[in-house]
Structures are given as structure tokens and as C-alpha cells.
Design a protein around this ligand. Structure first.
Ligand SMILES: Cc1cc2nc3c(=O)[nH]c(=O)nc-3n(C[C@H](O)[C@H](O)[C@H](O)COP(=O)(O)O)c2cc1C
Length: 370
């Protein structure tokens, strides 16, 4: 029997009411890195998703790279997130937090003691971040990073472990490790940002080491069945580049197989852009990557994302996907599952209110009349 978007599914320990996932969406509305009551309203409104993945959430002060993004490392943050997870659960939803370390995509203004951001190698990302200057969001060049010393890496793995523990204390159903979009773990994976000559650079195995160690540590801490991972094999987001992504991500998929993760979340193409974006010399074969994952014993749900609409999502479910994550459609449609089920018209997202601000463009998109 062909599954539909509206059928329940088990992803590791997560029992999901449908296959429609709210993709992680940074909204820059958490001053001081503390979640707010307005965020509670926003996530509660979207609790009919089979699974909500929160906006990217820093695992440490050093992991911060943008103004007003939340964190999950302090007791105060845990208490604030608990109100949000309670609200989602009270409305029948499930929610995981996306664990984030931005690496070099940061600015000295956002770092502890105004130090340089950290990275696999001291190579500045050709990208921008967002600071609030004079109360107004401003896009600024990222600062030059310094290369992490080998003896600092166990501490970073521990920061992920600690954040995962905090997530469970905050009532989350699990976590998603952010291994995508040119942030720290993706920076280690790719040849364009990783020129290390130690055990964490050079060969594919070495470049994948930190991502695998982090995912393993998180899975050990809270259980593989509550751990997901997001990857973006060919995205150029945040200056991410690799000369030959297929063998790299096939290796990553094989290494993840034995961890018994809840799901693997794959952004197909350029994040928010062309689905057929190519990096390296040949088009990326996602089915081959999935086959490597399954052959290595990977039992997690296969979650796809990027530019999906109702029709493409249904087609993908009938082929090889178990879950489909929707980003921009969830910004503008708090009741997206109902709209997809009824094939109802969709609200359009307003780009001007994506990052920063208050209710406008956040909690004021209308749901369909009851
Ligand atoms: C406003 C905005 C914020 C985003 N923030 C995140 C984020 O925090 N973490 C992440 O992994 N991806 C983030 N993304 C990427 C989305 O999760 C998603 O991959 C992208 O929008 C493509 O999916 P869509 O076509 O369904 O929108 C963001 C995208 C947008 C538009």
C-alpha cells in the first residue's frame, strides 16, 4: 500500500501522527538567547505537524552566529523551552530541537570575550551574518576564524552531549544534529573549508570524524531513537564547497548506519534554491546515498526537504522518502497539514519578516476557518 502524507509513521522512538515535518527555521526572535512566550504561540500554532524541528539552537555561546537566536545550554534556557514543548505536547504534537554550532559563520560581536569564531581551518567564509545594530537587523561579513586545536575537539563533542541532555530536560522528544548548510560540522566535512593535516582533515574518513563522533555522543546520551541528523550534500549555503561530495556523503551514510538513528534529514540541492544544483562534476545521487545507509544497517526514517509542494511530496513518499520537511510553507501556514489534506489555498510567506521582529509575519498568518 502506498503511504500518504497523512499516514502515521514510526521514526526511531518517535511515533508521528503524519509524515509532514516542519523544517528548522531561524527566526531571530529570542533576545539574550532565551526562548520567549511569543515563540510558544508560534510553535503551538504549528503542532499539527507530524514533527516540529525547532529553529537552529546554539549548543554553547561559542556556537552562536546570529543575533537573537536561542540556545540550549543553561538552566534558564531549559526552563523557557519547557513551556514551548509543553504547549506543543498539549496540542498533540511532537518537537525536537536542532542542535547548532555555527563554526566560522559568526562575528566577534557574538562570541565570548569578542574572540574570533572557530573553524576547522583559518579560512574566512564568504558569507554574511545578522547583527542587531541600533535596534535594527544588519547583514555583516563574518569575522576571520581561527582553527580549532585538536585538544579542543573533545570539548565541542561534550557541548553537543550536554545540549542533548538539556533538550531532554526541557521536554523535547529528541534532537536533530545540524550537520548541514555550511556550519561547523559541514565545515569539517568539506574540502573547501577543511585543510587540516591531523586526524580531522585530509581523507574523507578524517573529515567525517567530528560529525560521526558528535552524532555518536548524542545518540549515547539520549538514545539513537531520539536522535536525527540533517545533511545537505551539495548546498553552497554559507560558502560550503566540496570537490567530490558523492563519496564523502556515501561514507557518512555508511558510518551512520549502525547508530540506529531516528531519521536522516537530507536537503536535496541548494538550500532554498535549485533542487538539481550540482557540486563537483556529476549530479548527486541521493538514492545511492540512501542505499549505502540501508546497506550499513541504517533503519532511520528517510526525511527529504527543499522546494517540496503537495504533489512532489506525495510522489517522493511513493518512491523512497518516509517524511517530507516543509520550511517556507510552514512559516506562512500554521495549519499546513490541514491545507495539504484539503488541497486548500496556501498563504504566501513574507520574506521581509523572516528574520527578527515580533508578531508580524510570525504568529499572525491566518489558519483556515474551523
Ligand atoms: C527563514 C529561514 C530560516 C531557516 N533556518 C534554518 C535553520 O535554522 N536550520 C536549518 O537547518 N535550515 C534552515 N533553513 C532552511 C530550511 O529548513 C529549508 O531547508 C529551506 O527553506 C528549503 O525548504 P522549503 O523549500 O520547504 O522552504 C531556513 C530557511 C528559511 C527560509
Amino acid at each position: 500500500m502506498m503511504s500518504t502524507l497523512f499516514d502515521p509513521v514510526q521514526a526511531g522512538s518517535l511515533k508521528l501522527a503524519n509524515r509532514i515535518v516542519m523544517a528548522p527555521l531561524t527566526r531571530n526572535r529570542a533576545p539574550g538567547a532565551i526562548p520567549t512566550p511569543l515563540m510558544q504561540t508560534y510553535y503551538r500554532q504549528r503542532a499539527s505537524a507530524g514533527l516540529i524541528i525547532t529553529e537552529a539552537t546554539a549548543i554553547s555561546h561559542q556556537g552562536q552566529g546570529y543575533a537573537d537566536v536561542p540556545g540550549i545550554w543553561s538552566p534558564e534556557q531549559v526552563t523557557a523551552w519547557k513551556k514551548i514543548t509543553d504547549a506543543v505536547h498539549a496540542n498533540g504534537g511532537k518537537i525536537v530541537v536542532q542542535l547548532w554550532h555555527v563554526g566560522r559563520v559568526s562575528h566577534t560581536d557574538l562570541q565570548p570575550g569578542n574572540q574570533a569564531p572557530v573553524a576547522p581551518s583559518a579560512i574566512t567564509a564568504k558569507t554574511k551574518t545578522v547583527l542587531i545594530r541600533g535596534g535594527v537587523p544588519a547583514f555583516v561579513e563574518t569575522s576571520a576564524p581561527r582553527a580549532l586545536r585538536p585538544d579542543e575537539l573533545p570539548g565541542i563533542v561534550d557541548n553537543y552531549r550536554h545540549a542533548a541532555r538539556c533538550a531532554i530536560e526541557a521536554g523535547f522528544d529528541g534532537v536533530e544534529v545540524h550537520g548541514a548548510n555550511g556550519y561547523l560540522l559541514d565545515q569539517f566535512l568539506r574540502s573547501g573549508s577543511n585543510q587540516r593535516v591531523d586526524a580531522y582533515g585530509g581523507s574523507i574518513e578524517n573529515r567525517a570524524r567530528l560529525l560521526v563522533e558528535v552524532t555518536q555522543a548524542v545518540a549515547q546520551e539520549i538514545g539513537g531513537g531520539r536522535t536525527g541528523l540533517r545533511l545537505s550534500p551539495v548546498t553552497p549555503a554559507n560558502d560550503a564547497s566540496d570537490s567530490n561530495p558523492q563519496p564523502l556523503f556515501d561514507h557518512v551514510a555508511r558510518a551512520l548506519g549502525p547508530l540506529q538513528l531516528a531519521y536522516l534529514h537530507v536537503i536535496e540541492g541548494a538550500t532554498g534554491g535549485a533542487r538539481d544544483h550540482v557540486q563537483g562534476s556529476t549530479p548527486f545521487d541521493y538514492q545511492a546515498m540512501r542505499a549505502q545507509y540501508r546497506a550499513a544497517g541504517g533503519t532511520g526514517a528517510w526525511m527529504v526537504n527543499n522546494g517540496y509542494d503537495r504533489e512532489l511530496a506525495q510522489a517522493s513518499l511513493s518512491q523512497d522518502a518516509d517524511l517530507v520537511a516543509f520550511g517556507r510553507l510552514f512559516i506562512a501556514n500554521p495549519d499546513l497539514p490541514r491545507r495539504l489534506r484539503e488541497d486548500a489555498p496556501l498563504n504566501d510567506p513574507d520574506r521581509a519578516t523572516f528574520y527578527g521582529g515580533a508578531e508580524k509575519g510570525y504568529t499572525d498568518y491566518p489558519a483556515l476557518a474551523a
